[in-house]
Write a protein that binds this ligand. Structure first.
Ligand SMILES: [Zn+2]
Length: 256
């Protein structure tokens, strides 16, 4: 039996998680790691210390011991009490916080097919002006955003349960005069230096073929390696690659 992911949702009035601190939380605390071989990011709320005030966030950073690198060990006075690999990152609880970071309830339950959460117009307008904020989005929130951008373009998107095997985060259906189409969409919220490689493109191509879908599509906040582009180019009717530039144009044209 897999233990469900604990998640403490933010609501105003949340207190700092440091022992005996009575101040309001200023930051949500995340555990970040990166698995270079799988080219996968781990990015989840630190349930051992979900929220910190500014003072304790600064103390947490100043007294941290260890190198902040993928698969490294860093110990902190407040966060990461699970002794997991990786390091701590913080998301400010700003006005756009609930839009940027909140994930619909049930998203942590892999048994549920998530319905498309309302991604607020305000968030999309904000991201269109500040596309660099895409890198701060929770990966699940990014999937919800992509689903909403596809819905606005005439697709019927369904978010699929989160699994480790990957291959399709969104099923995007569309019907036109010639029949029904089903696109499998994989979302990769990667940092710009972390390009999507050919193995991800091969995987979506394989899933698309085995599920007899119309086309496999990858949407990323980053870019694609040359090998990935070389693999996809002759398969342009079966594979679509969409990078940061495409996302910026989708955000800019949302509901215009
Ligand atoms: Zn505190």
């Amino acid at each position: 039996m897999i233990e469900p992911i604990k998640h403490f949702s933010y609501e105003s009035g949340r207190k700092c998680s440091a022992a005996e601190c009575t101040r309001l939380a200023d930051y949500e605390v995340y555990l970040y790691d990166y698995y270079p071989f799988q080219n996968e990011e781990f990015f989840e709320q630190d349930y051992t210390c979900p929220f910190l005030c500014t003072e304790h966030m600064e103390q947490n950073e100043q007294e941290a011991i260890g190198e902040r690198k993928p698969r490294g060990f860093v110990s902190y006075p407040f966060s990461k009490r699970s002794f997991a690999q990786g390091y701590t990152t913080y998301a400010p609880l700003s006005d756009v916080y609930p839009l940027l970071y909140s994930v619909g309830t049930g998203a942590a339950d892999p048994g549920l097919v998530r319905s498309v959460a309302e991604v607020n117009d305000e968030l999309i307008r904000h991201l269109a002006k500040h596309p660099e904020l895409l890198y701060d989005l929770h990966p699940r929130r990014f999937e919800e955003l992509v689903a909403e951008l596809l819905r606005a373009q005439g697709f019927e998107p369904t978010l699929t349960p989160r699994t480790r095997d990957g291959g399709r985060d969104i099923l995007a259906a569309r019907s036109d005069a010639l029949g029904s189409l089903l696109y499998l969409v994989e979302c990769k919220r990667y940092a710009p230096k972390n390009k999507v490689g050919v193995e991800v493109v091969r995987a979506i191509h394989g899933v698309t073929n085995s599920e007899r879908a119309t086309k496999g599509v990858i949407v990323t906040t980053s870019f694609f390696t040359k090998n990935a582009i070389d693999f996809a180019t002759p398969l342009k009717y079966g594979i679509g690659l969409h990078d940061f530039e495409t996302l910026k144009s989708w955000l800019a044209s949302y509901r215009n």
